[in-house]
Design a protein around this ligand. Structure first.
Ligand code: NAX
Length: 333
């Protein structure tokens, strides 16, 4: 029998965790043969709410879910974890820009980086969901020097899923017929959702999305803006930020990292830039990647970058460099 792995979810009493925990317990992320112990971290005032979440997890009656450890202590939460979902943060409210969130959140990711460094497995896979996700991942890694930088990532999978769904709707095909949409850069309104390399399968034949749409103008304007502003649109409608779709995307991200990507496909993950595509190093930037089962991600190389795309990549890379400067300023105070 396979030994259980420890998996931590922070912000465990929050709304994204509420949808995410079920997926983890049901085996859709780490596979149907991998038992898990769930470590649930939240802040002290949320411990009562967390008790309710624990009751519901018990009542799922799912055999893969072994121990459940609710706690407000990072030392307990991060103990020997093989995977970490860093969801806990202050969520964006209506009208709030992500930059306002930075100061409030870097402190949290410093503390959690230190705890990962001390208590987690050295091969732990870390997914930062809490915003500003890319820069939080950078800070977290900075305070966890004993864990390889390649083990840190931030989530742009929700943006990828949104982009894929929007293209499928436009092309009037089922969502899984659209592949290879890329999200470049920051999980913010400067992200560049790029359909230039995407493919669509229509009645058994596969062609490029730009050729199928024959509307570069739509791809460069309405499409980009719709995806960039989708999070804000959900907040405006729901008065709360995306949760069900965010949790699904977090599961997708970790599953592909753990199990590998499908042959001939790639996915977008925000990871440490190694200078690929001329992006400055030492920022956490969303790139297309492929992953071998149980392996490391590899940034997809050699995609042609148009002049239009280049201008978009520059804007989002600049924003990440600014966030990095801001974050280190806050930490030096
Ligand atoms: P909620 O406010 O529902 O839950 C957050 C939880 O985190 C709360 O229970 C809170 O007590 C807890 N928390 C706060 N500080 C903590 C700490 N230091 N340690 C542990 N727990 C702590 O927010 P939710 O809607 O679940 O969103 C969580 C985060 O995801 C937000 O930062 C949000 O902006 C971000 N998102 C990121 C997305 C992405 O694509 N990367 C998309 C969805 C979402 O907007």
């Amino acid at each position: 029998p396979t030994k259980p792995i420890n998996v931590v979810v922070t912000g465990a009493a929050g709304q994204i965790a509420y949808s995410l925990l079920y997926q983890l317990a049901a085996g859709t992320v780490f596979g149907p043969d991998q038992p898990i112990n769930l470590h649930l971290l939240d802040i002290p005032v949320m411990m009562k709410v967390l008790e309710g979440v624990v009751m519901e997890l018990e009542d799922l009656a799912l055999p893969l879910l072994r121990e459940i450890v609710p706690t407000a202590d990072p030392a307990v939460a991060f103990k020997d974890v093989a995977a970490a979902f860093l969801v806990g943060a202050m969520p964006r409210k209506e009208g709030m820009e992500r930059k306002d969130l930075l100061a409030a959140n870097v402190e949290i990711f410093k503390v959690q980086g230190e705890a990962l460094d001390k208590y987690a497995r050295k091969d732990v896979k870390i997914l930062v969901v809490g915003n500003p996700a890319n820069t939080n991942a950078l800070i977290c890694s900075h305070y966890a020097p004993s864990i390889p930088k390649q083990n840190f990532s931030a989530m742009t999978r929700l943006d990828q899923n949104r982009a894929q769904a929007a293209l499928a709707a436009r092309l009037n095909v089922q969502v899984d017929q659209v592949k290879k949409v890329v999200i470049w850069g920051n999980h913010s309104s400067t992200q560049y959702p790029d359909a230039a390399h995407a493919t669509v399968t229509l009645q058994g034949s596969t062609k490029s999305v730009p050729a199928a749409l024959n509307q570069d103008n739509w791809l460069q304007t309405t499409f980009v803006e719709t995806i960039q502003k989708r999070g804000a649109a959900v907040i405006a409608a729901r008065k709360m930020s995306s949760a069900m779709s965010a949790a699904k995307a977090a599961g997708d991200h970790m599953r592909d990292w753990w199990m590998g990507t499908k042959p001939g496909e790639y996915v977008s993950m925000a990871v440490f830039s190694d200078g690929s595509y001329g992006i400055p190093e030492n920022i956490v930037f969303s790139f297309p990647v492929t992953i071998e089962p149980r392996g490391q991600y590899k940034i997809v190389q050699g995609l042609p970058i148009s002049e239009f795309a280049r201008s978009k990549l520059t804007v989002t890379a600049n924003e990440l460099e600014e966030e990095r400067t801001e974050a280190y300023k806050v930490l030096q105070k």
